[in-house]
Design a protein around this ligand. Structure first.
Ligand SMILES: [Zn+2]
Ligand SMILES: [Zn+2]
Length: 342
């Protein structure tokens, strides 16, 4: 017996919007001590983007793979040359699926090639045919999975289909862990079902980010992806939008004007009293009282479905006049105190 077959485990973490993938061996005794670097945590958006990219470029990948399959029982030098191109393609890719399928197929191909070399040496045509058929079968399945849009229907809007899938679960439990992983089939078809159903269950949709123009999985009508850069642009826009609607809201106009007026008079008073905070604070102490009167009036308008207008303009003028009086009263107090000092 040689080395154990490599398998891919996955676990969908809906809360973290990510998938945990583990490449390991088909051997129970190693699962409890899988090293950190065997795990890849890929966000939903990245899984989605990688699948989309892999499917969009699938023709190129298919061509290269077909060439490799064609050379599997040909001359050794030709096979190795194509295998090298296949490896380069894998190494140059950051796509999770390119890497996964390439690694899986590479193992299948090199193993088949070894069998074919052996069968050829013994002129065993039946064994030769069997190995060639096997590699074709593995890749044909991947091809079918990739070409069937039904597997990638993230919003479960296609026709109902029911069938039995065979798949395995493994559990890694102990030391505060209780992780149930699914053992992926070679073509990843169970993974795509689970992934797209998780997306559907979480009511996520394929959206177009207004800022980076990348596609991502977000709630219906959402406009911004989760990236930090886009989120900060979005927050800025929201703030501006809020400010704009507030400025136009008839229930806000009077309050906003009063706030502006109060801050203008605070600055004027501050200059007069030469920033003596005792007087500034005394002036500010009545701010909330003035604001509250305006607020109460606006609340009354809201409750009685009155659009604030002339009557509220008059109240604003009245409060403004009181503010002016109060300001000069405090300024006078300051001047008296200054006189006493001399
Ligand atoms: Zn974005
Ligand atoms: Zn766009």
């Amino acid at each position: 017996m040689g080395k154990d077959k490599k398998i891919l485990l996955y676990r969908i973490d809906e809360q973290a919007k990510g998938v945990i993938f583990v490449v390991t061996e088909d051997n129970e005794s190693v699962w409890g001590k899988i090293s950190e670097d065997a795990y890849s945590i890929v966000s939903f958006d990245d899984v989605f983007r990688d699948i989309t990219e892999f499917r969009n470029n699938f023709l190129d990948y298919e061509q290269l793979t077909d060439e490799l399959i064609g050379a599997i029982n040909g001359r050794g030098a030709v096979f190795r040359e194509i295998l090298e191109r296949f490896d380069d393609n894998r190494l140059n890719s950051f796509n999770f699926f390119t890497r996964y399928y390439s690694d899986t197929l590479r193992d299948v191909f090199t193993e088949a090639r070894a069998d074919i070399d052996k069968a050829g040496a013994f002129f065993n045509t039946r064994a030769l045919k069997k190995s060639t058929e096997y590699v074709n079968e593995v890749f044909n399945h991947i091809r079918e999975v990739m070409r069937d849009d039904w597997n990638f229907d993230f919003n479960s809007e296609s026709d109902m289909k029911a069938f039995r899938l065979s798949f395995d679960k493994i559990i890694i439990r102990g030391n505060d862990r209780n992780d149930i992983y699914t053992v992926a089939d070679t073509a990843l078809v169970t993974f795509f079902y689970d992934f797209s159903f998780a997306i559907h269950k979480m009511k996520l949709y394929v959206c177009d980010c207004k800022y980076c123009h990348k596609r991502y999985l977000g709630s219906r009508n959402s406009v911004c992806c989760d990236s930090k850069e886009c989120q900060s642009l979005y927050q800025r826009d929201m703030k501006n939008e809020k400010r704009r609607t507030k400025a136009k809201d008839p229930y806000e106009i009077h309050k906003t004007k009063l706030t502006t007026y109060l801050s203008q008079h605070t600055s004027a008073l501050k200059a007069t009293v030469q920033e003596d905070m005792k007087y500034v604070n005394k002036f500010k102490a009545r701010n909330s009282e003035f604001k509250q009167r305006m607020q109460d009036e606006i609340e009354r308008c809201r409750a009685e479905n009155i659009i604030p207008g002339d009557e509220q303009d008059k109240l604003l003028q009245k409060i403004e006049a009181e503010i002016v009086v109060y300001q000069s009263q405090i300024e006078d107090e300051w001047r008296v105190a200054q006189g006493k000092k001399k």
